[in-house]
Design a protein around this ligand. Structure first.
Ligand code: SF4
Length: 375
């Protein structure tokens, strides 16, 4: 299965916690960026005739911060590149503070069949701390606009564990989201990234440092709360109604192939991983002068590819069966990773039962620390 990712590194304003490759740009700059994307699509998808994408994901940044003409152009570019085959899943990320009825219409006409809405919290106080540009009301209105336009597959992104958030406030967020009844909910534990305004505010004592124990309680609460409401917890941060799991991300977790276009986008094809220059200006200059935007390439050695297959699979709640691992890699899971599995099982972070290896609840919460043991 092949996936296509398009990166739009544009946001109206930077959120306080964000260290993603995104930021405010002028209209003219974004016109030039779209032109650069067109050139990259031509060089990497149209001209070599790559087709049959199962999933397309337009992410960012905030793709919906583009103006209407730009949004329309973006869809036209992507649709020409992918050709007549309709991807099973075609997602665009949206920020409620940037949606209008006309943009929602353009997204629908453009062919997207899934929208990931960055709500993060419905608490006025939380939105202010996170530096989001939208209000709780706009978040709900954005959701209803999408529903009225006929979207039947909507994800809501939530963040928990922001400074000062109580477990009751976290539950209020989840309750409010359940009232909207999205098909998919992603719940991310806030990490305080160095160099962000949020980390400065915490360091200066202006905001409380998130408490990891409380964040773990919130994680467990989300697991029981959302699964009780009928959502299946299928990956560390992801919950879905039956059949509404995100196919695009599942392809990543199965270590599948994908082509990423745009500034800083990663690709993974035939055991080769490469990424584009991160800086949007440099990306425009490179593609504009007919050069590849690639800044980094590596061919994964077999051992690394095997480790990544395991690490990505363990992000999924189902983990990986020993038989499946052997089929994918040609190696025995326990022969390759016996000592690490033993150690992590002993610590209560991993479980190997009936031939299937998976992270425990605690292991899922601490996944980033746990999975490095296999790399
Ligand atoms: S909207 Fe998303 S990408 Fe943009 S600044 Fe906020 S967190 Fe970062």
């Amino acid at each position: 299965m092949y996936s296509l990712y398009i990166h739009v590194p544009y946001c109206l304003r930077k959120c306080t916690y964000c260290d993603f490759n995104s930021g405010p740009h002028t209209r003219v700059f974004m016109d030039r960026y779209l032109q650069a994307l067109a050139e990259e699509l031509e060089a990497r998808v149209i001209h070599p005739r790559v087709s049959g994408f199962q999933t397309v994901y337009i992410g960012g940044g905030t793709p919906t911060a583009l103006n209407e003409a730009q949004l329309e152009k973006l869809f036209n570019l992507v649709n020409v590149a992918i050709g007549p085959d309709e991807p099973k899943e075609y997602t665009i990320e949206a920020n409620p503070g940037t949606l209008s009825a006309e943009k929602v219409r353009l997204i629908k006409v453009g062919g997207a069949n899934r929208v990931s809405l960055g709500v993060q919290t419905l608490s006025e106080k939380g939105l202010k701390i996170l530096g989001r540009i939208h209000s709780p009301t706009e978040a709900k209105e954005g959701f209803y606009m999408l529903r009225e336009a006929g979207f039947s597959n909507i994800n809501i992104d939530l963040i928990f564990g922001w400074p000062g958030q109580t477990i009751e406030e976290w539950e209020q967020d989840m309750r409010a989201v359940l009232k909207l009844a999205p098909e998919h909910v992603s719940t991310y534990c806030l990490t305080v990234e160095r160099g962000t305004p949020l980390s400065r505010d915490i360091r200066m004592g202006r905001l409380a440092r998130p408490d990891e124990n409380l964040q773990y309680k919130m994680f467990k609460h989300a697991l029981s709360f959302l699964t009780m409401a009928g959502y299946k917890h299928y990956e560390i941060s992801n919950f879905a109604l039956k059949g509404k799991e995100c196919l695009h991300n599942i392809n990543y977790w199965r270590n599948g192939s994908y082509i990423g276009l745009g500034a800083g986008a990663f690709s993974y094809v035939n055991s080769r991983r490469f990424s584009n220059v991160k800086d949007a200006q440099r990306y425009i200059v490179r593609t504009g002068s007919g050069r590849r935007a690639t800044s980094f390439t590596e061919t994964l050695p077999a051992r690394k590819r095997i480790a990544e297959t395991l690490v990505m699979a363990l992000r999924m709640r189902r983990g990986i069966a020993e038989k499946e691992f052997y089929k994918l890699t040609g190696y025995s899971l326990t022969e390759l990773y016996g000592p690490a599995i033993k150690k992590l099982t002993h610590l209560g972070l991993l479980s190997l039962s009936r031939g299937r290896l998976h992270l425990t609840q605690k292991g899922l919460f601490l996944a980033n620390q746990v999975l490095v043991e296999f790399v």
